[in-house]
Write a protein of this length. Structure first.
Lengths: 114, 113
């Protein structure tokens, strides 16, 4: 089955610690995205990538970093510079043409600062 | 920047009725608009995409309309079922960033038996 896998499902981070969230897709999609969702808020775009070895900042990129070394993978690192990292993180992928299929989302990673 | 408004109050309806959710946006009209369903603790699931030159689109019990003059999309679920209870998100293409989407906050739908 084709899909997008995020891991871990739950992640706890100590103050001052960097953590990396994994996102892998086997849909052969060119574009991948990271969104953050907070209670009562819409999804906010952190980073996106349309092609391997290239990515762009979204609306809330500060305190985050990404890489796109392989088409299938788009890991997100939450650095210690992110002051309020507790949130639900969603990874998505899509065809660039976005025919009639929209985005495919993973099941999310819930990050909590302890 | 684009601002998307969805009713923040939950919509409560009885099973069998038609649910209608609203998505309003400001500024430019996007080339397309999408609707997603999100269950608690899960990622959104794509439902329908409607383009600016399409007035209406249907998929089984779902219908979406897109009025670029009113800057509004309506999302209808006919013959609603308790299993339709979820949060529904509206998303618009962001012309500043090719193929990225800007999402509304969503409207929760509760269908009672």
């Amino acid at each position: 089955d084709g899909g997008i896998t995020q891991s871990p499902k739950y992640l706890f981070r100590k103050e001052g610690q960097n953590v990396t969230l994994s996102c892998e897709q086997n849909l052969n999609h060119d574009a991948m995205y990271w969104y953050r969702q907070d209670p009562g808020q819409g999804l906010r775009l952190i980073y996106y990538s349309q092609i391997v070895n290239d990515f762009q900042k979204g609306d809330i990129a500060e305190g985050y970093s990404v890489s796109r070394e392989k088409k299938e993978s788009f890991p997100l690192t939450v650095t210690s510079a992110q002051k309020n990292p507790t949130a639900f993180y969603l990874c998505a992928s899509s065809d660039l043409a976005l025919t009639n299929y929209g985005y495919t989302f993973g099941s999310g990673t819930r990050l909590t600062v302890v | 920047s684009q601002k998307i408004e969805q009713n923040s109050e939950a919509l409560n309806i009885q099973e069998g009725k038609t649910a209608t959710l609203t998505c309003n946006y400001t500024n430019y009209s996007p080339a397309y608009l999408q609707w997603y369903r999100q269950d608690p603790g899960r990622g959104p699931v794509f439902l329908l995409l409607i383009r600016e030159n399409e007035k209406e689109k249907r998929k089984e019990r779902l219908k979406v309309t897109f009025d670029t003059t009113l800057k509004q999309s309506l999302f209808h679920i006919t013959a609603s079922q308790p299993a339709d209870s979820a949060t529904y998100l509206c998303a618009l293409e962001d012309v500043r960033r090719y193929s990225t989407l800007t999402f509304g906050k969503g409207t929760m739908l509760l269908v009672s038996p």
